[in-house]
Design a protein around this ligand. Structure first.
Ligand code: MTE
Ligand code: LUZ
Ligand code: MOS
Length: 754
């Protein structure tokens, strides 16, 4: 089925936040900040700005009727800085005026005095100073201390991996309007309408039933709007309440880049031990997460890093620790993979290092350790229906790994200026919010008396195609054509208490709730049909009522009308909560994930050893879709995720100076993948598997996992550099920008050799 948004997107008719027709009298809002990452504010002079014609109000913490607090998990983040500023870009207040232009003029009239405080941007330094967001956590299985003596090879090292700017095409925004009874309606470009609702209620001192949040679609979220859409929506709502009129806030790209958090940069220390058969016997890792100045989702991201510290490998002795380090940077947040990619990067780095030192290929080590059914993960989950080995084997065979490897070697023997590198990247990603409590959803279905159907769920469409999948689920469940089903905007009045659309679980959770609702409606309709046809075995297929397997004269429209006339309810609210999952944080053990998604990718790169530039020849993927319900949508997710992952590993460099000011603050200084940097060839094959019962229609979650194929880009480049300069003393710090590649190509050998 074609993506239901495709035509409107192509015709430019799709409505995003800034396209919502504005009410007369709409005012515009602009948050303002101070040019410092850490300071004590001694005075703020707003009078000149307030006096500017066209300025309606300038709001600060003093104007908040409720709590000045927007922290999603921990209450440690004020909406507006009060007394102290903790990061460069932290909002101090909000200018509301007749136009955006006047807001910007007013911003230049604001004066402040402040005393600078010490700025910490380095996570290890923060950890040393005891500046932690939460207590550290450690996952343990087996006994690493006792295992080192069984190892034939032991290696230690350090890694660093950079952040990543989300760069959703649509910047953050919200549009708030008042209703007659003092309640407020907010259109918000958010992945989490309930988070916006809850926080607006808290800050504006309203009960949640007086806050309606509506989301049609996002021009991309990628995790950046899971939690961080909230603050902007609260500001718009606060201004609307204060001025009793409509207020719109849409961030300019540069403000969005400067003021919002990104993917968490991480550093890590590791120690890996292997036996003579290349089996990893012991794995110790300590992660230092750069959380920024407030918790945001950092505790949950840190947890997912721990869950993915062994990637797709079975390791009997593991000790993984993580620190969430508080620095003076914008609070970092969810980004596709949610700490999982950062966790996997370290074990892949350790395997690459071990391979170089032992003198085998990394693929041999990877293959020797892939998960099997019955293996226990460090967090206690016993793995079932694993596809680590099957996707690996299918990838090797389908894409002729051995032949490709020989060609790479032959190329490298014949060329000096250009060298090729190759990496195999297996992935294993857990599906479910790691916080068990969040894994539930609801769906509201109305069948109208003409047979048309409208569906509301908690799922937010952000380009990933969830609405298309929901249409398919409803059509299939009710036995009708997809054309009869319409998906309504995501609205907190229709579907309440939702989890954000995140963790790749949007289609699973909301789709299963939708199935529940449709099944209940189906039961009622079948009873009506049974009575009408005098038959006990009825079903609906292709809009025709089947009796005893044969088409009857009764069609969908007549049946629906009949049910309505018999006073049967044609509305239903379905609820779904993922069964079986649980996790005990006091033991760090449980069964947190409904299932895992697997896959393997082979990446080949050609490095120009004179210039340090590179091009990706190919990425060949075998992916575990389960039984894909929409291959076109799912392939789009794999391609997009892969390229986003390659960008993170290669070109994208978030840079702050020592004062905590963002240097990569525009698209001229922050490079994302373009048509020239995508692989020349991307092949994606589906592993034929049964799928999983906890996946919607056995079609596995696909949103985040493919990003992690991008890790292969880093290690392929490293291999090409090794081919040119075998003895170079290489660090492991992503991204591998062309500058860094050039330096590494000509780096002197390490004292130990490799
Ligand atoms: N695809 C597009 N086009 N735009 C997005 O913002 N977000 C990703 C992924 N794919 C995203 C996307 C992220 S971070 C997640 S968690 C999932 O989609 C969320 O949607 P799902 O749960 O329906 O897969
Ligand atoms: N958000 C969240 C997520 O709150 N919990 C998660 O486990 C998660 N995983 C991926 C992306 N977002
Ligand atoms: Mo995605 S990082 O779960 O929004």
């Amino acid at each position: 089925m074609i993506n239901i948004d495709a035509e409107n997107h192509v015709r430019g008719r799709s409505v995003y936040l800034d396209d919502i027709p504005e009410l007369q009298g709409t005012l515009y809002a602009l948050p303002f900040d101070l040019p410092t990452a850490h300071a004590h504010i001694t005075s703020l002079h707003l009078d000149k700005a307030r006096a500017l014609p066209g300025v309606a109000a300038i709001l600060t913490a003093a104007d908040i009727p409720g709590e000045n607090q927007i922290g999603g998990i921990l209450p440690d983040e004020p909406l507006f800085a009060e007394g102290e500023v903790h990061f460069w870009g932290q909002p101090v207040g909000l200018i509301v005026a007749d136009s955006d232009h006047i807001c910007r003029k007013a911003a230049r009239l604001i004066e402040a005095e402040y005393e600078a405080l010490p700025v910490v941007t380095d996570p290890r330094e923060a950890q040393q100073l005891g500046r932690l967001i939460c207590p550290p956590r450690t996952f343990v299985i087996g006994d690493t201390a006792g295992a080192w003596s069984q190892c034939a090879h032991i290696f230690e090292g350090q890694t660093a991996v950079n952040g990543q700017e989300h760069l959703y095409i649509e910047a953050h925004g919200a549009y708030a309007r008042m209703k007659e009874d003092g309640s407020v309606i907010i259109s918000s470009s958010t992945q989490g309408p309930t988070a916006v609702q809850r926080t607006v209620a808290k800050v504006l001192d309203l009960p949640m039933h007086k806050v309606e949040v509506d989301t049609v679609r996002l021009g991309g979220g990628f995790g950046g709007k899971e939690d961080q859409a909230t603050g902007w929506a609260v500001m718009a709502a606060l201004a609307a309440q204060h001025l009793q009129g409509p207020v719109k806030l849409v961030l300019h790209r540069l403000d969005d880049m400067r003021m919002t958090g990104k993917r968490h940069p991480y550093e890590a220390d590791f120690k890996i031990g292997l036996d003579e058969h290349l089996r990893i016997i012991a794995w110790e890792v300590t992660h230092y997460q750069n959380a920024g100045a407030a918790a945001d989702l950092s505790t949950a991201v840190m947890e997912r890093t721990l869950f993915h510290s062994t990637n797709a490998y079975h390791i009997p002795n593991v000790r993984a620790t993580a620190y969430s380090c508080k620095t003076n940077l914008p609070p970092n947040t969810a980004f596709r993979g949610f700490g999982g990619p950062q966790g996997k990067f370290v074990i892949e780095a350790a395997i690459a290092l071990a391979a170089e030192r032992i003198g085998v290929s990394a693929a041999e080590i990877q293959q020797a350790n892939l998960l099997r059914d019955g293996d226990e993960m460090p967090y206690g989950q016993i793995m079932q229906q694993t596809q680590a080995r099957s996707t690996w084997a299918a990838c090797m065979e389908r894409y002729n790994y051995t032949g490709q490897r020989e060609r790479v070697q032959a190329f490298n023997e014949q060329n000096t200026r250009y060298k090729k590198g190759m990496a195999v990247q297996p992935i294993c990603f857990g599906i479910s919010f790691t916080n068990t409590m969040m894994n539930h959803a609801r769906a509201l279905v109305h069948i109208y008396q003409d047979g048309s159907v409208v569906v509301s769920t908690g799922a937010v469409e952000m380009g990933q195609g969830v609405n298309t999948k929901l249409v398919q689920v409803a059509a299939q469940s009710l036995g009708i054509s997809p054309g009869r089903v319409r998906i309504e905007s995501t609205n907190t009045l229709r579907v309440a208490n939702t989890s954000p659309t995140a963790a790749s679980a949007g289609a699973d959770l909301n789709g299963k709730a939708l199935q529940t609702a449709c099944a209940a409606l189906m039961e009622r309709l079948k009873k009506v049909a049974e009575a009408a046809l005098g038959h006990s075995d009825v079903a609906i297929q292709n809009e025709v009522v089947m009796a005893g397997g044969k088409p009857s004269e009764l069609g969908w429209e007549q049946l629906v009308l009949m049910a309505h006339q018999q006073r049967v309810s044609l509305s239903e609210n379905g609820h779904y909560a993922t069964p079986l999952i649980h996790f005990d944080k006091s033991k760090e053990k449980g069964h947190p994930f409904a299932y895992h998604v697997y896959g393997t990718a082979i990446t080949i790169v050609t490095v120009d050893c004179l210039r340090g530039t590179y091009t990706f020849d190919s990425v060949d993927v075998v992916h575990d879709f389960g039984n894909s319900m929409n291959m076109a949508v799912d392939l789009g997710q794999i391609e997009g995720g892969l390229v986003q992952g390659i960008g993170w590993m290669t070109l994208e460099e978030v840079a702050y100076n020592a004062q905590g000011r963002l240097l990569s603050n525009a698209l001229s200084t922050y490079k994302i993948p373009d048509i020239y940097s995508v692989p020349k060839s991307i092949r994606i094959a589906s592993l034929e598997t049964e799928g999983h019962d906890l996946a919607i229609l056995k079609s596995k979650a696909v949103g985040e996992p493919p990003l992690m194929y991008g890790l292969g880009a880093y290690f392929a480049i490293r291999e090409a550099i090794r081919a040119f300069n075998p003895g170079a003393d290489l660090k492991v710090d992503a991204p591998y920008t062309p500058e860094k590649v050039l330096l590494d190509l000509y780096r002197s050998p390490s004292s130990q050799g490799t």
